[in-house]
Design a protein around this ligand. Sequence first.
Ligand code: ADP
Ligand code: ZN
Length: 817
Amino acid sequence: MAYFIDVILPIPLPKLFTYSITDAESGFLKTGMRVSVPFGKSKIYTALVFKIHTNAPTAYDAKEIHQILDDTPIVNQKQFQLWQWIASYYMCTLGDVMRAALPNAFVLESETVVLKNTIKTIDESTLKDDEFLVYDALNHQSSLKIQDISSILDKKNVLPVIKRLIEKEVISVEEEIYEKYKPKLVRYVKLHTHFTSEKALHGLLEELSRAPKQRQVIMTLFSISAKTRKPVKVSELSSESDASAAIIKALIEKDVLEEYYIQTDRIQYSGGENEATKTLNDYQSTALEHINTSFETQNITLLHGVTSSGKTEVYVKLIEEVVKQGKQVLYLLPEIALTTQLVSRLQNYFGEQVAVYHSKYSSHERVEVWNHVLNKSVKAQIVLGARSSIFLPFDNLGLIIVDEEHEQSFKQFDPAPRYHARDTAVVLAHMHGAKTLLGSATPSLESYFNAKQNKYGFVEITTRYNEVLMPEIELVDIKDKHKRKLMKGHFSDRLIEEMTETLKEGYQIILFQNRRGFSPIVECNTCGHAPQCPNCDVSLTYHQYRSQLRCHYCGYTTAMQISCMACGAQDLDSKGFGTEQIESEVKLLFPDYKVARMDLDTTRGKYGYEKIITALEQQEIDILVGTQMLTKGLDFRNVKLVGIMNADNMLNFPDFRAHERSFQLMLQVSGRAGRTDERGRVLIQTYNPYHNILQQVSTNNYVAMYNEQMNDRYNYKYPPVYKQVKIILKHKDYNKVEAAATWFAKALRHVFGDNVLGPEAPPVARIRNQFHKNILVKIPKKQSLSKTKEAIIKINNSFSSVKDFRSVRVILNVDNF
Ligand code: ADP
Ligand code: ZN
C-alpha cells in the first residue's frame, strides 16, 4: 500500500501539503514529528507531520520526503487542536501558527543561517565526520546558510546533521541573542538594631572611644545618612571615612554594623532552600476562598484587585495547590520586562520548578524549556512567560494565570497569527480542563463585561496590602496655571512644590510622559513647514540628545536642521514635548538630584531596562522620567510621588479604546506611588480637569468608567458589544490601494450592509512607503462568527483573483486592537 503524510510547512500556504513515504517510514512516523522535505524548485523545509494516511493527492504527484528528523513527536495533539483553533479564529494558516509556535532552532530551512556557538568549547573527537566538516567550515567563516552546508557536504539532506550539531551545542541558529542580566550585588550597612535606643548608642560610642578608627566609621555613617537619607553603601562608607575594608568587617563581626543587600531577591536562583509562601491577610484569604468557590462552577474567573493589593501572593497560593496535584501551571505576563521582579519572587517559593519562556531568550534556552515541558519535567512545572508561551507542549495544565490581563501587548499585531494571548489562553485551558484566572487592577472592558454577564466568575480586593491608602490624586489645571504664569516649562508650581517636598523627605519620584524624544513636531515659524518622514505620512520627532530628527514608524533619521527646508528661514520651533525634554527640564529644576529616563531610546541596549530598574530600586535615581513602560506592574518601595505631565494627548488619541486605555494607564502609573508604608501622591497635569475620565481616575472609580465607556460601545457598536474584523490593505501605489479598498468594501457591504465601515485612511496613512486603507466589519453578537469569517474569506479569494489587485497586501485582523 502507498502511504502519505500531510505536513504543515512553515510558510503561509492555505492548504496542507502531501508527501509520499515508504512502508517502513509509515511504521515509524507519528504526527507531531518533523521531516525535511523538498518544496518548489530547490527549497528544503522542516515540516511537521499532521496526518498519516493512504490517499494520494489528486492535484499533484506527491514527492518523497528527504528524511525523518525526530524519534518522537515534538508537538502533541492538544497543541495541534489549539493551532487549528487559532488558524480558524484568527483567519490565518497553520503554517503561520507553526512559525510562531516553534522555537527557531526547530524550523530549519534552506535560508536559515547558522553560526558557531562561541560560548561552548567543543571536544572535536565527539564529532562525526560530516559534523566536523561543518564545524571546521565555521572556524573559517562566521556564518553559513543551509545551502552552503549542502555543497560542503555534497548532499541534499543536511538537516539531520544540523539538528545533531544544534543538540551538541556546536552551532546555533542566527537570531538576536538575549543575554540574561544579573544585577551586581551592592553591599549596604546600617547600625545594628541593638543600638537604636539612645542609651545603647551612647554606650557604644563610649566603648568605641578606645577605637578611634571604628568610631570614625560610625560617625561617618551618621553623617552620610543624615545628608542623603538613603541606604549607605559599604564602598561609600569606606571612602568617606577613610577606613579600610578590614575595619568595617570588624565592626560587622562585632555586631555593631549590619550588612545587607537591597533586593537580594533579584539575583538568579542559585539552588537554595525554598521559602514558605506568605500568610495571606484577611482580604487576600477571602479573595482566595472566593476564587476557589467560583472555580467550582466557572472555568474562568476575573480577579479585580487594586494596585498593591497583593494579587501575586494570591496567585502563589493557587499555584501551590495545583503543583501539589502534579499539574502544570502557566503564568502569563504581558512583557518580559516585568518578569525580572517576578521570576525571583516565584523562584523563592518554588525553586527550580519555575521556567521562563520568552521569544527574546536564546534558542537554546527556548528549546530547553520546550523539552522540559514536553517531557513533563518538574523543571518546568510552572512556566512564567510572555504571550508565545501559550504554544509550549503542555500536556497536563491545571491552571493558567493571566496577570495584567488588560494589557494590549497580549495581542500580536504583526505578523500573523494575530492572536490575543489572553483569549487563546482561555481556549487552551479549556482543552486541558484547566482553570483560568485573569488578574488586573484595571480590567479590560471585555473581561469585566464577561464577568457581568456571568460568563466569568468575579472576585474583588479593594484594599491595599498593609492597608496603605490608595494614593491621593490631584488634578492640576495647567490652562489656569499658564494664564497665571505659574508654569516653569512644563512644570506647574504644584508639581514643583510636591517634588521639592518629596525629595526633601528622601523619597523618589516618577514622572510620566507618554511620548519619547524631545518634541514631536518641529515647525517653521515663518512658513509653517514641519519636516516629514520621506517614507511615512508623519512629522519627524526631534531627539535632542543626538541632534536628530527621527521617524517613530520606520526608524528613518536625519540630522536636525538649522533652517527650514521649505523657506530657508532660521526660525524653527518645536511643539509638544517628550520624555527627553522633561528630563532636561527636571535637571535644570533639581540640579542636585539624580535624574534618569526610561523609554524605548534608553532601554534599547542589552540590559538597558534592567539597569534602570535596578538603579531605581537601589535608590541611585531620585527622579525617573518615562513612558508607559513605567506602568507595568513594577513594585518600587520608595516612590512616593507620581507626576503625569500631560493627560490630554492620551485622551485625544484617535481610537475607540483611547479613554479606556488612558484610565488604565493613569491608574497603573499611580499605583507605583506609596506601595509600602506611606500614602503616595499623584499629580495629573491637564488642560481639561473636568474630563470624565480624569474625574474617574482621581476618584479611582472603575465602575463609573466602565458604565460610561460601555454606553459608548453600545451606541457605536464597538467591542465588547460587537465583535470586529479589521481589514488592512497596503500598496505603494495610492491609486491602486484606493481602488482595491473600494472594491473590497463594496463586496463586504453587499453581504454585511451597514456593519461595514470604510475604507478610510488611518491617521498615519503611509508607512514605509506603503499606503494603507482600513475597512472595519462589525459583527453583532447574534450573527454567526464562523459564517461571517467564511464570507470574508470568500470575498478575499475573489479579490485575489482580480489581476489588478494581486500585488495589494491584505491583512485580516480579528478582534483588532
Ligand atoms: P499587586 O500584584 O496586587 O500589585 P503585590 O502582590 O505585588 O500586589 O503585593 C504588593 C506588596 O505587598 C509586595 O511587596 C508583596 O510582597 C507584599 N505582600 C502582599 N501580600 C503579602 C502578604 N500576605 N504577606 C507579606 N507581604 C505581602
Ligand atoms: Zn518613517
